[in-house]
Design a binder for this molecule. Structure first.
Ligand code: MEV
Length: 338
């Protein structure tokens, strides 16, 4: 990957007005603990923020004439892409145009963006939602909009729908939350967590498309309507049991729900040999439970542990046995009245 200074790609920096402001925004990765795919149909799902993996966006108003997104640079773990606005991903262009039309109607404003994204793309870690959220936050800062949480969510969701088609919104919320997020029927809440836990995220190195995975599930349900009811009911039961276990501080019970959720996702054809293998490695080396996380058909597994030491040992073993990269996130303890 090219290591270059990461400033917004102003075509002629000398021409920029002295008082040019830079707006900046940040958002982080997420992992789905339970309930992916089912959440698209209104069943509950639980997501965990991964604050250690993030995307930051810088936004400036261009000194050059134009309207909308006129320049962008996007650095990801895979490399750097940059160009004129027309070459930027459609979701990003649409996001900038929508925000300018909505909040600065009639003004001829050209925006240049620089995204610095440390979240691997296509691994079920919410990279697209985090990039969209970091960009909304950067434009909010640049244009001094003072957007409320719901406005930010709606804009991130707009970009997500363009990237993935139908999406539940759980990524759009979880990439901006510092607490686990429970989503049920499109509404979010904060689950009670009685005991801290540590989750190791291990990347198979395989890219999976959430859009394709969601389409596969939709087609399966169209062909076999009974499977839809069965999947949603089973997934909902597992997530409810997991919420009870989090509330009681029973990590062994929580772990079992994760592993059972993996099997349920396997039954829909969403796993791969590499995902199954890392789940097996995790379970053989002390994980309380393990599963694929996110859209599936590639991407990451998550494995639950009860101590940071156990998480560190497990991460080492997963890396030794083929995980391309691992990260650890904590589920922090929080009582009813926090
Ligand atoms: C993706 O992180 C989770 C899915 O359930 C899709 C969605 O909720 O939009 C697969």
């Amino acid at each position: 990957m090219t290591a270059e200074p990461h400033a917004p790609p102003t075509s002629n920096p000398c021409a920029a007005p002295a008082a040019a402001r830079t707006g900046s925004g940040r958002a982080h990765a997420k992992a789905i603990l339970l309930g992916e795919h089912a959440v698209v149909y209104g069943a509950p799902a639980l997501a965990l923020p991964i604050p250690g993996l993030s995307c930051t966006t810088s936004a400036v108003l261009s000194a050059q004439p134009g309207h909308g997104l006129t320049g962008y640079r996007h650095r990801t773990p895979a490399g750097v892409a940059s160009g004129i606005g027309a070459q930027a991903p459609k979701a990003l262009r649409h996001l900038v145009e929508t925000m300018l039309e909505r909040f600065r109607p009639g003004e001829e404003l050209a925006v240049e963006l620089a995204l610095d994204n440390g979240i691997p793309v296509g691994r079920g870690l919410g990279a697209s939602a985090a990039c969209a959220r970091a960009t909304v936050n950067a434009l909010d800062d640049l244009l001094r909009l003072d957007l409320c949480a719901n406005d930010v969510f709606d804009l991130v969701q707009l970009a997500e729908t363009q990237t993935h088609g139908r999406s539940s919104g759980i990524d759009a919320w979880a990439t901006g939350s510092n607490r686990p997020v429970l989503m049920t029927s499109g509404k979010v809440s904060d689950p009670t967590v009685a005991t801290a836990a540590w989750v190791v995220v291990a990347d198979t190195g395989e890219t999976g498309s959430t859009k394709n995975a969601v389409a596969l599930v939709r087609e399966t349900f169209r062909l076999y309507p009974d499977r839809r009811a069965d999947f949603l009911s089973r997934s909902g039961t597992l997530t409810a049991a997991a919420l009870g276990a989090l509330d009681d501080g029973r990590l062994d019970v929580l772990g079992r729900q994760l592993t059972a959720n993996h099997r349920l996702l396997v039954s829909l054809g969403l796993s791969t040999p590499a995902l199954d293998r890392l789940v097996d490695v995790a379970l053989r080396h002390g994980a309380l439970g393990a599963k694929l996380s996110g859209g599936g058909m590639g991407g990451c597994v998550i494995a639950l542990t009860g101590t940071p030491q156990a998480a560190a040992r497990l991460a080492t073993e997963l890396a030794r046995q083929g995980a391309r990269e691992t990260w650890t996130a904590s589920i922090d303890e929080q009582g009813d009245d926090d």
